[in-house]
Design a protein. Structure first.
Length: 306
């Protein structure tokens, strides 16, 4: 196992769900000195990561020089989602600048890029996926040793505290009930990134689909029913339907194309689900994810956990 004690590693998007999961996994694995990049090191999210043991650095995706400065003291570099990019074009620019910054820093030995499944096969109209593909291509051209992780649908999308909190008796998302969900928990994305960083020679140059389980909408509702002790059904959020009606321009058009693409992925779509078993031997099931949540969005505890 290739682990050097206290290897300095930077996680971008450190206060986001995915970046935070990567910080958690790196700290738990040990052997790394973990730095997090954020626009506001004094913010609540940054302070939370600092309490876990991460050292927070100021850096802005819109300011490449700040990323070069932060990366100059590092050996490993994990690229999570840009913070509040706003559009697929802005996300692509920020991601490309970030990769260029890793190259210019000079000492980076290994880069982990969090991309997304189907970014190479989806229609060009799915801008947020194609922006990830541009990042992948730039990283390959950079000459940096790297691994590309392509996560599937985050289980946390069924339980976003602001946009989609769990409502008693149902589970919702933007997508139609016929959608097949190729899922992974963000905690497992973090574990996969940490495992790859612990053995960069093995994972260098590889692209890994991070899909741990495949569920129908009915499967998801049944899992929540078992976890909560309350019979649940699946429903499409009104906003998901609305986007299909009005999403013809700008960012709304990006969302519309994204919705149709995800809904169109066939249940028998082929993803390499073996490699993830090496990185994360015991991934979280959707039922266990709901059990970990343990409560509805209003704070009421699940009957099954009382």
């Amino acid at each position: 196992l290739f682990v050097v004690m206290s290897v300095p590693i930077l996680v971008t998007g450190a206060t986001g769900k995915q970046g935070g999961a990567m910080i958690d996994a790196l700290i738990e694995r040990k052997g790394f000195r973990v730095f997090g990049l954020t626009r506001n090191p004094d913010g609540a999210g940054a302070k939370k990561q600092a309490e876990k043991g991460a050292e927070m650095l100021r850096g802005d995706f819109a300011d490449k020089s700040s990323i070069v400065e932060a990366a100059s003291i590092l050996q490993l570099f994990i690229m999570s989602d840009p913070e509040a990019a706003g559009s697929s074009e802005a996300e692509a620019k920020q991601g490309l600048d970030c990769i260029d910054a890793a190259s210019e820093a000079g000492g980076i030995e290994f880069v982990v890029l969090a991309s997304v499944i189907t970014c190479d096969t989806c229609p060009d109209t799915v801008g947020f996926f194609k922006s990830k593909l541009k990042m992948e291509q730039r990283l390959k051209e950079s000459g940096l040793k790297h691994v590309i992780l392509r996560p599937g649908f985050f289980m946390e999308n069924f339980n976003h505290p602001d946009r989609n909190p769990l409502t008693k008796g149902k589970v919702t998302s933007l997508f139609a009930p016929s959608t097949t969900f190729f899922c992974i928990a963000t905690a497992d994305v973090g574990k996969a990134a940490a495992a790859a960083c612990a053995n960069p020679e093995k994972w260098n140059g590889k692209i890994v689909d991070l899909v741990s389980f495949v569920y129908s909408a009915e499967d998801v509702a049944s899992a929540l029913s078992r976890a909560s002790g309350v019979t649940c059904k699946y429903e499409t959020m009104f906003f998901g339907t609305l986007i299909k009606w009005i999403g013809w321009f700008g960012m709304l058009a990006d969302l519309r194309h994204f919705l149709y693409h995800i809904e169109g992925i066939k249940p028998d779509a082929k993803f390499d689900m073996e490699a993830i078993k090496e990185l994360v031997p015991e991934p979280i099931t959707i039922e266990n994810y709901f059990r970990q949540v343990g409560q509805w969005g209003d704070g009421e505890k699940f009957a099954a956990s009382q």
